[in-house]
Design a protein around this ligand. Structure first.
Ligand code: MG
Length: 408
């Protein structure tokens, strides 16, 4: 049993959905997804020769080999692990197919009947597309929906939050998340600028409206994208206390876990972070110091499916819950779901594709509905591997110009 061929394809959706395919000599293949990054398919191409001729069943051994080889290039963390994550996931899909079992069985079996999904609601409207350095772009599908010149300035008003929450409840979601950092007008260059009372009040009004739209039976989280100092984050958390948040995400810059620990000590709302951390090593300080209430590894970035499971288990030892970050295609959401369904401390998995018009059409699953998320849940059946395939007919229509399509 040997790996014979490794290829990539990129779909230009709201982000670059970057896929890896790994094939054995007999043509059996697995597909994984990587979190986007600049130069990612070039990095993958540099890794592929290391895999050719190796036994795909040695998933962990191959992943660790890539960690070690990458460290020689200076990458003990960072986006080389996006590449490793996609390769590792493709190996899981392939090995599941080889043994005829779904990936969650390879990871220890189900802890939950289905995987609870939370809707990322941005701040209302979320119809957009971003390049790998988060520069806005206009692929053809986006221009067809919103002709150039018709773009509206983003408006962060309570009414939009309320309406969006109502829409997501109507779609069956029992948990959702809104951005609150973008309500106030400053940019990334002004990181840590002290915020005013008026800005805190505006955030509170938007969250109050979201709570009104969501109702009391839905879990509500907010994302701050690392914008605030610990003291301002505490002010925000206190102002939002009446709305009983499921968590406040990334309140402070990510470099210092002590900020998070200080904040956790006084914050009425639980604290979540981790979407940019790699392997257990990246989560170690947060977990051993009990600096957060929830960890949010991204399965397409943290090192892959087995590594995400281990991060969840590491967190479990400290009573910390597991709510993975996710902005992937449906294939990436399915891969993350296979991990989530095996973890006792799993809370909810992110879904960031609600406004991508072709999102559900990107995959096919035997004997399953055409919609991946059914009333806020992903269901996993006995289909081997990930249990889904890229719908290449559809996906190819959105192929990123200049990138190869699985070797073609
Ligand atoms: Mg986030």
């Amino acid at each position: 049993m040997k790996i014979a061929r490794c290829t990539t394809a990129v779909v230009e959706a709201n982000y670059d959905y970057t896929f890896v395919r790994i094939e054995t000599e007999d043509g059996t293949y697995g597909t994984g997804e990587c979190f986007f990054a600049p130069g990612l398919t070039a990095a993958l191409a540099e890794m592929f020769p290391l895999l050719i001729g190796r036994d795909p069943r040695e998933i962990d051994r191959l992943a660790r080999m890539l960690w070690r080889k990458g460290s020689g290039a200076g990458a003990v963390a960072g986006y080389l692990f996006n590449a490793v994550s996609g390769i590792e996931t493709a190996l899981f899909d392939l090995v599941g197919k080889l043994y005829g079992v779904p990936c969650y069985q390879l990871l220890g079996g189900k802890m939950h009947p289905a995987v609870r999904i939370y809707a990322d609601c941005h701040a209302g409207d979320n119809l957009e597309s971003w390049g790998p350095m988060l520069i806005p772009r206009r692929p053809k599908w986006l221009t067809a929906l919103v002709p150039e010149g018709d773009e509206q300035d983003e408006r962060y008003e309570p009414e939009m939050y309320r309406r969006r929450a109502e829409q997501m409840v109507a779609a069956g979601f029992t948990a959702m998340k809104f951005d609150i950092d973008s309500i106030i007008t400053y940019t990334g260059e002004e990181l840590l600028r002290p915020i005013t009372d008026a800005e805190v009040a505006t955030m509170a009004a938007c969250v109050a409206a979201a709570r009104q739209g969501a109702g009391p039976n839905v879990d509500l989280a907010v994302d701050c994208h690392w914008r605030f100092s610990p003291s301002d984050a505490l002010r925000i958390s206190r102002a939002l206390a009446p709305y009983n948040l499921m968590w406040i995400e990334d309140p402070c810059p990510p470099e210092n876990w002590r900020d998070m620990a200080d904040l956790r000590a006084g914050s009425p709302a639980p604290i979540l972070t981790g979407e940019n951390l790699n392997r257990r090593h990246g989560f170690w300080d947060l977990v051993v110091n009990r600096a957060v209430d929830l960890v949010a590894p991204d399965v397409q970035k943290c090192g892959g499916m087995l590594e995400a499971k281990r991060i969840g288990e590491l967190a479990e030892l400290q009573g910390i819950r597991f709510a993975p970050h996710n902005i992937a295609s449906p294939l990436g959401v399915v891969a993350a779901s296979h991990v989530c369904i095996t973890l006792p401390n799993f809370v909810a998995l992110e879904f960031h594709g609600a406004d991508v018009p072709f999102w559900d059409a990107l995959i096919t699953r035997p004997n399953r509905p055409e919609v991946l998320i059914e009333s806020g849940y992903v269901h996993l059946d006995e289909t081997p591997g990930l249990g889904c395939e890229l719908n290449e007919e559809v996906a190819r229509e959105y192929a990123k110009p200049g990138e190869s399509w699985f070797g073609e």
